[in-house]
Design a protein around this ligand. Structure first.
Ligand code: M7G
Length: 330
């Protein structure tokens, strides 16, 4: 499987800088003051003219994520005794024993201070994913899964998983792999998620991607997958140790619905909090194993599973059309 032609190789600063220079902002899709993140929609002019999502000929849609990086207590302790005295303040208040100000800390430990992610070319599905939208609650019975969700999953273009196959075939990010079990049935690769810059263990975020391609989601899991699930659980502990994160600091979970229908497990520091672990999306790996092992081997084929979808999500449009008995208009 060859890499996507516009794939940005890990660490390829020149390619990323070039994309950022050519980025022309069209819309702020969303912002989150808690995670200090902003999502931008824009267009990037050629030379790549691969997708047709752009509004202007010769330009192609791109989604840029800018995230302020967290302070690292380790770095603060280990470097720069001048950190606070270097602060340049541009406003400040003082009241009795309370003082507060905004300003800039001129210290080498805050470089880099921003994480940039680019999706280019971005499809309409990517744009919808990052655009601020209303949440919709869905309760999926096995019957609804069979008639609405499964046909939607089966209709996903294989190209959406190109990044996964690139990782599994070691064409990209191979130097970032922290653990691999190459067994085709029970094996997987663990590497830092693109959401994490692989520096601060406090917000460690790894992802385990299985080698086998036949598990689309949580719904496909049965007793025959227990060795795989337990293998991921055991070796997540090994992988996290590489970042100084111990077993009792780990939160392992599976998204339903995921964005990508190739089975993977999220491995995060339990101190890290994000939208991805909200009820209605995250299913703890331990609970999944327990449900299959102790309750029923076909638990996930028989259970009703509630989840949330964004109102712009194409899957939500399928659900909505069904509930209204309307033809689907995309
Ligand atoms: P998900 O549950 O399918 O969807 O998880 P989500 O993105 O809505 O959480 C897929 C996970 O894979 C996410 O945590 C992504 O950040 C991560 N991911 C996505 N891509 C395209 C890449 C990639 O190219 N490299 C790495 N390392 N992680 C990725």
């Amino acid at each position: 499987m060859s890499p996507a032609p516009t794939q940005v190789a890990a660490g390829n600063k020149e390619v990323i800088s070039g994309l950022l220079r050519r980025f022309r902002l069209e819309e702020v899709l969303n912002e989150d003051t808690n995670s200090k993140t902003i999502w931008l929609l824009g267009a990037i002019a050629g030379p790549d003219k691969l997708a047709n999502a752009g509004s202007i000929p010769g330009e192609t849609a791109a989604v840029v994520t800018l995230e302020r990086l967290a302070f690292s207590s380790q770095d603060i302790r280990s470097t720069d005794p001048m950190l606070l005295s270097s602060a340049v303040l541009n406003s400040g208040e003082h009241n009795d024993i309370y003082s507060w100000a905004t300003g800039t800390l001129h210290s080498s430990i805050f470089k880099p201070d921003t994480r940039v992610a680019i999706i280019y070319p971005a499809t309409q599905k990517h744009i919808d994913k990052y655009r601020r939208q209303q949440c919709k609650w869905v309760s999926e019975t096995p019957e609804k899964y069979a008639t609405i969700t499964r046909p939607f999953i089966d209709a996903q273009p294989a190209s959406r998983l190109q990044w996964v196959y690139n990782i599994l075939s070691k064409q990209v990010e191979s130097e970032r792999i922290v653990f691999e079990d190459a067994d085709p049935e029970n094996g997987f690769i663990i590497l830092p998620d693109l959401k994490w810059d692989a520096t601060n263990p406090d917000n460690m975020y790894l992802v385990a991607i299985v080698h086998r391609r036949d598990i689309k989601s949580l719904r496909d899991l049965t007793a025959k997958h227990l060795p795989l699930l337990k293998n991921i659980r055991d070796n997540s502990i090994v992988a996290a140790q590489a970042y100084g994160v111990s077993a009792e600091q780990l939160r392992l979970y599976i998204h339903y619905q995921p964005s990508y229908y190739h089975f993977h497990v999220h491995i995060t520091n339990v101190n890290f909090e994000g939208k991805g672990m909200l009820a209605g999306r995250a299913h703890l790996l331990d609970t999944v194993v327990d449900n299959i092992e102790c309750i029923a081997p076909d638990y996930y084929q028989r259970a009703s599973i509630p989840f949330t979808l964004g109102s712009g999500d194409i899957l939500w449009k399928h659900w909505h059309a069904q509930s209204q008995s309307l033809p689907l208009s995309e």
